[in-house]
Design a protein around this ligand. Structure first.
Ligand code: M6R
Length: 360
């Protein structure tokens, strides 16, 4: 069933183009992005959105926050479910709750849904599993249609969460009368995403780069803005399957403490596409270089500004600023996969982890 791939994780990364296609079916129309699932909701009324999720799904929620806040006045808050369920959450008629769970069975996320339902909130869930508990307990489910994911590390389901959340965000903005050229470009990009992913996955070759890094004991991922979650996700992927102590910080936080860790034994993985925050991230990269850390960076093809500064560089296609969390995802996933495999671990079955976390 691995279709010739060594591991499910690799197979599932390679399936991302088709997974995206399935997530887009019926949701990209001539008029624009549409989510029929939300027909019954007065989405134009929404003023506050609270997202709740765990792990990788939480990172997808963070991307949504940056995206929707950038284009509107909607207040978006994201929390990990194990915190959310014990907070005193306030909801009113104009608050929507979005619960994200690939499996639909994560105990803390389910309890969070129950909590806000008791308080009268409307809950939209985003899940990959038809018939899962979360789909029965929320008001409506938007399915991510990624197909079954066997590997414990979320890969194609993360990509599809992003796709569905971008569509949801665009739908919401459009219903509120917000649309602009940038959103139109983002939407056009989504339509081409399967092809773009095919190109990325066919051309990418990370074997050599991964082999330089496989023996480090530590890793510092940095990113800013909508790619801060990308840094978090890159670090989570690496730690969960390769057992390297990978940590992620917003690049601007480095000098508030973590930069003290950096030395030649502590490489920095910079998520640095040429977006509105690039110059800031670039100076954080330079500061890290000055501590003699080895630097690996991801940026976009046409940006050659990092070539003289960093040790290793991985290019992704030029994309609209909002969309880099998507184009960079397969790269951080493959990097973690290769390192785990080179270190002799089975990435499909990381120690101490289960695919669904059904207990608190
Ligand atoms: O099924 P869920 O989306 O609710 O799962 C949430 C997390 O347990 C999950 O994303 C976990 O972090 C993965 N192992 C990440 O690869």
């Amino acid at each position: 069933e691995k279709s010739g791939y060594k591991h499910f994780m690799l197979k599932e990364i390679m399936e991302e183009p088709e997974a995206i296609e399935s997530a887009l079916v019926g949701r990209v129309t001539l008029e624009g992005p549409v989510l029929n699932e939300l027909k019954e909701f007065n989405v134009e009324r929404v003023e506050k959105i609270k997202l709740v999720a765990c792990g990788t799904s939480y990172h997808a929620g963070l991307v949504f926050k940056y995206f929707v806040e950038k284009h509107s006045n909607i207040d978006v808050e994201v929390d990990v479910a194990s915190e959310f369920r014990y907070r005193n959450i306030h909801v009113d008629d104009n608050t929507f709750v979005i619960a994200i769970s690939q499996s639909g069975e994560t105990a803390d996320t389910l309890e969070s849904v129950r909590l806000v339902k008791r308080k009268g909130a409307k809950v939209i869930s985003i899940s990959n599993v038809v018939g899962s508990t979360i789909t029965r307990e929320s008001d409506v489910t938007v399915f991510m249609n990624a197909g079954p994911e066997i590997g414990v590390a979320a890969t194609k389901t993360y990509v599809n969460q992003l796709i569905v959340l971008y569509i949801l965000g665009m739908h919401l903005l459009r219903m509120k009368g917000i649309w602009n050229e940038e959103l139109q470009r983002d939407f056009e990009f989504l339509k081409q995403a399967p092809e773009i992913f095919r190109k990325i996955l066919n051309n990418i070759d990370l074997e050599e780069i991964s082999s330089y890094y496989k023996n480090y004991h530590h890793f510092m991922y940095i990113g800013r803005g909508i790619n801060y979650p990308t840094a978090l996700e890159g670090a989570l992927k690496l730690k969960e399957i390769s057992y390297i102590n990978a940590t992620a910080y917003p690049a601007g936080e480095l000098k508030h403490g973590p930069i003290a860790l950096l030395d030649p034994t502590f490489p920095v993985f910079a998520i640095a596409p040429k977006d509105n925050l690039f110059e800031k991230t670039k100076s954080n990269i330079e500061e890290s270089k000055a501590r003699n850390s080895r630097i690996i960076a991801i940026t976009n093809e046409s940006n050659k500004e990092l070539e003289k500064i960093v040790d290793d560089i991985i290019y992704v296609p030029d994309s609209p600023d909002d969309m880099y969390p998507l184009t960079i995802s397969p790269v951080i996933q493959l990097f973690a996969y290769l390192i785990a495999d080179m270190r002799g671990y089975d990435p499909d079955k990381p120690r101490n982890l289960a695919k669904s976390v059904t207990v608190e």
